[in-house]
Design a protein around this ligand. Sequence first.
Ligand code: NAD
Ligand code: ZN
Ligand code: ZN
Length: 390
Amino acid sequence: MKALTYHGPHSVSVDNHPDPAIEASDDIILRVTATAICGSDLHLYRGKIPTTEQGDIFGHEFMGEVVETGKDVTAVSKGDRVVIPFVIACGECFFCHMQQYAACETTNSGKGSALNRKQITPPAALFGYSKMYGGIPGGQAEYVRVPKGNTGPFKVPDLLADDKVLFLSDILPTAWQAVKNAGVTQGSSIAIFGAGPVGLLSAACARLAGAEQIFMIDHHPYRLAFAKERYGVIPVNFDEVDDPAGLIIEQSAGQRGVDAVIDAVGFEAKGSLTETVLTSLKLEGSSGKALRQCIAAVRRGGTVSVPGVYAGFIHGFLFGDAFDKGLTFKMGQTHVHSFLPELLELIENGLLHPEEIITHHLPLKDAARGYEMFEKKQEDCRKVILIPGM
Ligand code: NAD
Ligand code: ZN
Ligand code: ZN
């Protein structure tokens, strides 16, 4: 089969691999009909996740048709059309029972990150996310083996096109969890840093939850313009405004800052002094610029919700400010499974239209071009979908 394969930083191609086969009795094999490139794939693509190896198959946002099931699979059958959560969870452990699926303690036999090696168990395995997250081949491929076939695969109605349901695999529940973590209610004011797919869907979810004033911070005018038109955000271009947090505070009620902030940027380690220092120490570092702005823009007693991915140390984290303001921080990988039924219902009822952020459909064979375009934000790219059968 063909699959998107890593060769080194900024070097990927669609190569031949052996077809996946059932390994455990509760595995399924999926024929992928659609898969997306995520901001999280860019961390791997840029070579920022040290456990990424040549030959790794990427991809954790995918859906398709069940073509084979292990003998203990009862939840789905051959021919079912399913979306796969990017988090692989057993459904049976301490954390799964609490619906903290991303903390599942049984699916990742890896050692966790170098910096949290004291953890007793690493977090859940993820598709296509290197050895650190279980070393499970990803779904930017014609076929993929899906472990935990009784827990993960989520059946979707035939009436809904792939574009409408594909993002249930990751970015829609991620945005939903970010908004819930931010405590958004009727009349809330929020600021969302990052107008990528996660930020945009966070704006959609925040509107649905009743947010009244939504600031959105980025420096790609085409992304900000889309968010303004579609979700009525107040755009803030950080190339034009020296201090986005200052502007947000000025324009917020009572000039106190917003009720909550969402960091949909994550680590941007590229070229910063911190990166240079930490690289010399063989540690992964990040500038954490968006996070510092988040802490500045939120009001006292407010919440900082962080769906953006961080790794290792971050630089200049204003913990003193966070303490003085009495802030709450909520973050982490998304507990995808727990949000799927309610999100599917919102899509079916026409209250969420996640497909509207898609700008490109490419055949899987052109995946390398998709990565380049998404990373460099070329062609007004918001979200790229790869179609193996195209
Ligand atoms: P993306 O790269 O398309 O979007 C990030 C956006 O942030 C870009 O538009 C960029 O211009 C903007 N940006 C960069 N620096 C900024 C700054 N200082 N202030 C404001 N904006 C800034 O990626 P995406 O797909 O939207 O993903 C965003 C983040 O969410 C990534 O870190 C990704 O790994 C993470 N993510 C986390 C989960 C989870 O489970 N928690 C799931 C999916 C994605
Ligand atoms: Zn993703
Ligand atoms: Zn579990």
